[in-house]
Ligand binder design. Structure first.
Ligand code: ADP
Length: 334
């Protein structure tokens, strides 16, 4: 169960599968992450050992699942996918552990949502490939030590801060994914237009990239919309004016912000007078799940310095007022 994007839901995930890079060479951007992973890959191949356990963190849609898929393709090993919320009890995780073959990969999405009991249950798995199973009950209960095959756990999280220290420490590699720059996103748009058998001019690809919040998944979704628009309103060829009109129609503004981003800024500025405001209060006022607010909306606004985090909560910056065309407040003493 992958988190769906708030804009276009499930269908995007299916399209994402089609557009997902399959090899490390096809991965665009995230150069330093890709280089470290290629070292790990090579070492693992040369020694004939499984990859180290790897933790990916970063906002949704930046390539955590993609990297796991690529590693599995490069090694030619089995990949099993699950997620924190799906592993409610120890017994839910057990089949993944006992069925794991030598060198295979178990991908756990949203690993910060693993229940504590399950988390503790996998500590010995990650350390030395064994699980402690309790057989029987009460006075006749005994613990047996079940050895497992050596395999790799790849965890993905949008909130590395929510991971417990002991779990975090059991990952040998920690890779943080950052938002993509416009050049990299434009490259992804051009490659994916090709995969979708659509033609796009370089300036249109750039425009799409500029307005996709640094996020490949969004660039893919917006590309698909622009492609539909080009087919419906023109000859299917994506040129700059078509890309602009299509994105305007979707209410994606010149900075790539969508309605929800703007509503966040408006709420912070108009209801909370620019802040500081706590995330809970903002989420409640916007009638939005707190996770959506903190994991999907805020990271890009923070990155663009439209908001800042202070010990007392979120504050809108002058850039946010300017972006919304609102008068900036007269600054008070800090
Ligand atoms: P996450 O797991 O971080 O939420 P995904 O790995 O599912 O994100 O990425 C979403 C989509 O974005 C992928 O299906 C792929 O099409 C595209 N994508 C992500 N990262 C890259 C990349 N580095 N190069 C090319 N495309 C990418």
């Amino acid at each position: 169960t992958k988190p769906q994007h708030r804009e276009e839901g499930r269908s995007v995930d299916q399209m994402d599968e089609k557009l997902r890079p399959q090899t490390l060479a096809e991965v665009v951007g995230q150069r330093s992450v890709a280089e470290r992973l290629s070292i790990a890959l090579e070492a693992s191949k040369k020694r004939g050992e499984p990859l180290p356990h790897i933790l990916f963190d970063g906002p949704p849609g930046l390539g955590k699942t993609t990297f796991a898929t690529v590693l599995h393709n490069e090694l030619g090993v089995e990949l099993n996918m699950t997620s924190g919320p799906a592993l409610d009890k120890k017994m839910d995780v057990m089949p993944y552990l006992t069925n794991a073959v030598e060198g295979s990969i178990l991908f756990i999405d949203e690993i910060h949502r693993l229940p504590k009991t399950v988390e503790e249950f996998i500590y010995p798995v990650m350390e030395d490939f064994r699980v402690d199973v309790v057989l029987g009950e009460g006075i006749s209960a005994r613990t047996i030590n079940l050895p497992l095959k050596k395999f790799t756990i790849i965890g993905a999280t949008t909130r590395s801060g929510m991971l417990s220290g002991p779990l975090r420490d059991r990952f040998h590699m920690h890779e943080h994914l950052e938002f993509y720059d416009i050049d990299d996103l434009a490259r992804i748009v051009a490659i994916n237009a090709d995969k979708l058998r659509t033609t796009i001019t370089p300036d249109a690809a750039w425009e799409l990239a500029r307005r996709s919040r640094g996020t490949p998944r969004l660039a893919n979704a917006r590309l698909r919309w622009v492609r539909d628009y080009a087919t419906a309103r023109a000859d299917g060829h994506i040129v700059l004016s078509i890309a602009r009109d299509a994105l305007d129609m979707q209410e994606v503004d010149s900075e790539g912000m969508d309605k929800q981003d703007r509503r966040y800024l408006e709420t912070l500025i108009q209801v909370f007078r620019g802040g500081p405001s706590g995330a809970e209060a903002l989420a409640a006022t916007m009638n939005l799940a707190i996770d959506t607010l903190t994991d999907e909306v805020e990271p890009y606004l923070l990155r663009r310095h439209f908001i800042v985090r202070t010990p007392r909560g979120r504050r809108a910056t002058p850039a946010a007022y300017r972006h919304l065309g609102l008068p900036e407040p007269v600054s008070e003493a800090p």
